[in-house]
Design a protein around this ligand. Structure first.
Ligand SMILES: C[S@@+](CC[C@H](N)C(=O)[O-])C[C@H]1O[C@@H](n2cnc3c(N)ncnc32)[C@H](O)[C@@H]1O
Length: 410
């Protein structure tokens, strides 16, 4: 039976090895909170002359250890996040117990035709369920790339990987992006660290994320096995707590169905998606990309209308033509629903709530305000505990704080 447990105990659940934690850090460690002496390089670039960047590793974070490559001051700011518990950030106690007392609702499969490894559901995953939580192994400051030469970058990245408790959690990942030195079979050569394979792994798998207010690339070993679809059935949420990612379902996912996320911004027309995916060097075969020419043209037209609508709505609004602005916003809502791009709806619902408030139509404003907050809650942007009536300030604050989930670092 499932009793009440401390969420920390769930982190030790043998069913979920990604959270198998964690020997206590050795006492009297002169490098605390890091497990190794930071490995540093100094920038010779004019814009950041003499700035030090180091690989800082905490071997006791998560199942694999976690390295951050950044400046000493940013590492100090980020260090407290390493020991925060990611599960309680994404899940209520009940949800965490449900997920972690049962086998994971997915498995990693070795051969998905044309895609390499992938992740497949092993039971029904319900719409908006948070079904996977993963912690970063390596996060790299984006400023580093501009400040350091390629050899220094690679040296820091390599040290960050080698010092992990489980370096194989990174070296076993796919390095198969467009332009990788040798796509196929590179995984088997991971022991040979002379060819910049870690960089290929970063290019193939890293997510753009924010740590202590700055932009980073992060590697998340479990999430890295999820393949792309332009109409994905799941999406990504980030948290600084434990530098972690949660995967949530956009819709019900059936047992046996492959789990997918979008590597690109949602809502792009097909030509832009093809362009964006060149980075990985595969052709997308998802239902959206393989539909007939007429459906594809209609979908692209809706997506272009969505992408271009905001300035028109704002212009009508500013000219006091609220009826016209509302009509256009409601058309766009319908296009977003037809294209199943749910996260974009939150902004449009908020727009409509504000415009109806301005018009003095409190009832319609309430309808849209509630829709916006309900969807933000379902998508995981309100945390696990938020309840209450909608109000405009709160809604706008949440929209402002919300990060850009689901995108890989460009
Ligand atoms: C983040 S990894 C995903 C997991 C990867 N399949 C593996 O074997 O570890 C990204 C790589 O997976 C492959 N991939 C992802 N989505 C794909 C898709 N829809 N079709 C074909 N290949 C895909 C590409 O090689 C891409 O560079």
């Amino acid at each position: 039976t499932v009793g009440v447990v401390n969420i920390d105990e769930l982190l030790l659940s043998p069913e979920h090895p990604q959270f198998l934690s964690s020997s206590p850090p050795p006492k009297h460690n002169p490098h605390a909170p890091w497990s190794h002496k930071p490995h540093c390089k100094t920038s010779a670039s004019l814009s950041s002359l003499n700035q030090k960047y180091c690989a800082f590793t905490s071997n006791t974070t998560g199942a694999n250890g976690l390295s951050i490559i950044t400046t000493p001051s940013l590492a100090e700011t980020a260090a407290p996040f390493f020991s925060e518990d990611p599960l309680s950030h994404f899940l209520t106690q009940d949800q965490a117990e449900y997920l972690y007392y049962n086998a994971p609702p997915y498995e990693i499969v070795d051969h998905i035709p044309g895609k390499g490894k992938g992740v497949v559901a092993t039971r029904l995953i319900k719409k908006y369920e948070t079904f996977m939580v993963d912690q970063a192994t390596v996060v790299m400051d984006l400023a580093l790339e501009k400040s350091m030469g390629a050899p220094e970058n690679l040296e820091l990245l390599r040290t960050a990987v080698q010092r992990l408790r489980r370096p194989e959690s990174v070296s076993g990942l796919s390095g198969k992006h467009n332009g990788a030195k040798d796509g196929e079979g590179k995984e088997e050569e991971a022991e040979d660290v002379t060819g910049g394979f870690e960089e290929d792994i970063m290019m193939t798998n890293a997510f753009g994320t924010t740590v202590a207010g700055e932009s980073f690339r992060g590697l998340f070993p479990l999430v890295s096995r999820i393949n792309h679809a332009c109409n994905p059935n799941a999406f990504v949420l980030f948290s600084q707590a434990g530098i972690s990612i949660a995967i949530k379902a956009y819709r019900d996912i059936q047992p046996g169905e492959e789990i997918s996320i979008s590597y690109l911004l949602l809502g792009l027309p097909s030509a832009d998606r093809t362009e964006g995916l060149k980075r990985w060097g595969f052709t997308c075969t998802c239902a959206l990309c393989t539909q007939g020419a007429a459906e594809k043209a209609a979908s692209d037209a809706r997506r272009r209308a969505i992408a271009g609508a905001e300035p028109h709505i704002q212009a009508l609004w500013k000219q006091g033509k609220l009826n016209g602005a509302i009509k256009l916003a409601e058309e766009i809502v319908q296009h977003m629903k037809d294209e199943a791009i749910m996260p974009m709806l939150t902004d449009q619902y908020a727009n409509l709530a504000r415009m109806f408030l301005l018009q003095g139509d409190k009832q319609r404003a309430d309808e849209y305000g509630e829709l916006a907050l309900e969807l933000l809650g379902d998508l995981g942007f309100l945390g696990t505990e938020w309840e209450g009536e909608w109000d405009l300030e709160r809604l706008l604050a949440v929209l402002g704080e919300r990060g850009e989930g689901g995108m890989y670092a460009q």
